[in-house]
Design a protein around this ligand. Structure first.
Ligand code: BJW
Ligand code: ZN
Length: 240
């Protein structure tokens, strides 16, 4: 903990990758294990079964019901001390890039500015016909599945399994990982690619890599420091 505080202070370029674990203490369920009370299951479905183009094509109502439920939880959620600590770290840093897999928008609400959203936003809706995009924060949605004025069906503006990440955002994330001298990996199971490849990229480009998680992940053995505990408690201690 002491060494990591010094690395944070001395770093000239910091990149951070966050996952669902940073929002767990805000009451947003994670996708995979780890958090008591948030089993990552919804009506016995796993994210891998619902967050796919195939699932949406087969049963858009089921997939939209899952998103509508999650939107209602996220609408009530507030940033936790971990989100605020990251915003404070950015305000103090020379160069700071916050790469997030989360679609909840809580980092932005906490005041983070340089945020790269790899997997989109749960508040954006995109038309399958005319491809227009709009923000819609209503919960619950008045109609499921929601429709565009053109008559087409709207889908969540997120990245599903088998879909490419937004190219420009991915390029910026990869560049930030390559250029970082300190890389923080926070609250992610690090199993979903290409996001999970960022810490290894940073490491092989010479960065120190620090992981914060309540449980070890597949990357924990190949990094510089593993801090075990909830990010909402550890981040404020690191960044105070
Ligand atoms: C705490 C805590 C606390 C709890 N404090 N910690 C084999 C090898 C490589 C890749 C593949 C492969 N087979 C298939 C693939 C590709 C696939 C993939 O990676 N699959 C793996 C599962 C194997 N990837 C893709 O398909 C990606 N696209 C792609 O590869 O495109 C290629 C392509 C190119 C060109 C054209 C076309 C295609 C896309 C991946 C999209 C992922 N989407 C989702 C849904 C987003 C929308 C939504 O939210 O609904 O993203 S899935 C879900 O997983 C979501 C998350 O962002 C993502 C990662 O989850 P995350 O954040 O790590 O959460 P959890 O729940 O897994 O972990 C929480 C962690 O927090 C745990 O470790 C806890 O211990 C911890 N924790 N409380 C600190 N308080
Ligand atoms: Zn349309």
């Amino acid at each position: 903990m002491h060494a990591v505080r010094e690395w944070l202070r001395d770093a000239s370029s910091i990149a951070v990758l966050t996952g669902a674990g940073v929002s767990a203490e805000s009451g947003v369920p994670t996708f995979r294990g780890g958090t008591p009370g948030t089993p990552g299951l919804w009506k016995q479905h796993r994210a891998e079964e619902l967050a796919t183009p195939g699932a949406f094509a087969r049963d858009p109502k089921l997939v939209w019901e899952w998103y509508d439920w999650r939107r209602s939880l996220i609408a009530e959620a507030k940033p936790n001390p971990g989100h605020y600590a990251l915003a404070a770290a950015e305000a103090r840093a020379r160069k700071f890039t916050l790469i997030t897999q989360n679609v909840d928008g809580l980092h932005e609400l906490a005041g983070s500015r340089n945020v790269l959203r790899l997997h989109g936003s749960i508040w954006m809706l995109r038309c399958l016909e005319c491809e227009c995009e709009r923000e819609d924060r209503r919960t619950p949605l008045p109609e499921i599945p929601p429709r565009c004025e053109c008559g087409g069906m709207l889908r969540p503006g997120v990245v599903w399994f088998g879909e490419a990440l937004p190219a420009k955002i991915w390029q910026e994330a990869e560049k930030a990982a390559r250029e970082a001298d300190l890389f923080l990996l926070i609250g992610t199971s690090a199993v979903v690619y290409p996001a999970a490849g960022l810490a290894p990229i940073a490491k092989s480009s010479g960065a120190r890599v620090v992981e914060i998680n309540i449980a070890e992940t597949g990357l924990s053995d190949s990094i510089d420091e593993f801090l075990q505990g909830p990010s909402g408690e550890l981040l404020p201690q690191l960044i105070a």
